[in-house]
Design a protein around this ligand. Structure first.
Ligand code: NCD
Length: 310
């Protein structure tokens, strides 16, 4: 079992053991991510970051992970400044980039673009979000956050709240949680439930799933409340977005009935789903979650580029 040279397009590309290996390695990477230890695990390897959609955390945590481990990167952060604007296909862009660097990290608005890129590239491709598809590296850092808080990933009761239709983070996360035997509670505004395809795969995996649209009913016995933003940019009809905008908000009053150890997670950015007053409570895990993106991406890059757990 080795991740060396492999692509990561869907979280389902990784076995349970491989996910556990990344998480173990990520734990050891924390001092490097904090800057208290200096690393050179990537030994000058060059990673190409091709971001064709807005990103703050994902891109900068990849860049931070690379730089802190002695790697180098070149980045397309503004697609309007690249030749895609001149009509170059994703295939051609990726094929060319794969001859420049040692791996490619891709974010793109089209679902399926990660797979397409992996076919065009002879270097490993890491999917950093493909439209409403998958976001596997976010899932790895989500799992790292849960494991750090609870010491385990099994037996957790996780509420997935928000836009489960277009939210790629929850698509990837739901698969991974099913693998670890978590209990899932789906809570989405009308019309924003999990896509049929994701739901049926989860059912085939034997996932324990229930649905509850009244959030106050599930807060009481949940371990994790995973909140997501309504993905406004993916709505074909903005009038449909307006119908559901602002339909849920987590605040201190709601959390009064929660277990003491409940953690609130969010891939960020938040746009009003979590009141800022929650930040000061022991429930707030989202900024720690964002930090853990660095050691998790360090672990993943080290395993993919060098085969070593670091
Ligand atoms: C998420 C994304 O891009 O899918 N952000 C992230 O990577 N942390 C979530 C979102 O944009 O709502």
């Amino acid at each position: 079992m080795t991740l060396k040279g492999r692509d990561l397009i869907s979280i389902r590309d990784l076995s349970r053991e491989e996910i556990e290996e990344v998480l173990r390695s990520a734990k050891r990477m924390i001092p490097y991510a904090e800057g208290t230890k200096l690393g050179d695990q990537l030994g000058g390897k060059l990673v190409t970051l091709a971001f064709f959609e807005p990103s703050t955390r994902t891109r900068l945590s990849f860049e931070t992970a690379i730089q802190r481990l002695g790697g180098r990167c070149v980045t397309i952060a503004d697609p309007s400044a690249s030749s895609m604007r001149k009509g170059e296909t994703l295939h051609d862009t990726i094929r060319m980039l794969s001859s420049y660097g040692d791996a490619i990290v891709l974010r793109h608005p089209n679902e399926g673009s990660g797979r397409l890129a992996a076919q065009a590239s002879d270097k490993p491709v890491i999917n950093a979000g493909d439209g409403a598809g998958q976001h596997p590296t976010q899932t790895l850092l989500d799992l790292a956050t849960m494991q750090e808080a609870f010491g385990t990933l099994s037996g957790l009761k996780v509420v997935l709240l928000g836009d489960l239709k277009y939210g790629r983070t929850v698509h990837s996360l739901a698969y991974a949680l099913a693998v670890f035997g978590a209990e899932l509670v789906l809570s989405a505004p009308p019309g924003l439930g999990l896509p049929e395809e994701v739901r049926s795969q989860l059912d085939q995996m034997g996932a324990k799933i229930s649905e509850e649209d009244q959030i106050h009913r599930v807060v009481r016995d949940a371990d994790i409340l995973y909140v997501t933003r309504i993905q406004k940019e993916r709505f074909v009809d903005l009038a449909e977005y307006e119908k559901v905008a602002g339909s849920y908000r987590i605040d201190s009053a709601l959390l009064k009935s929660a277990k003491q150890r409940l953690i609130v997670m969010h891939p960020l950015p938040r746009t009003g789903e979590i009141a800022p007053e929650v930040d000061a409570t022991a429930h707030a895990a989202y900024f720690r979650q964002a930090f853990l993106g660095v050691p998790v991406r360090m672990a993943l890059l080290s395993l993919i580029l060098t085969g070593k757990a670091g």
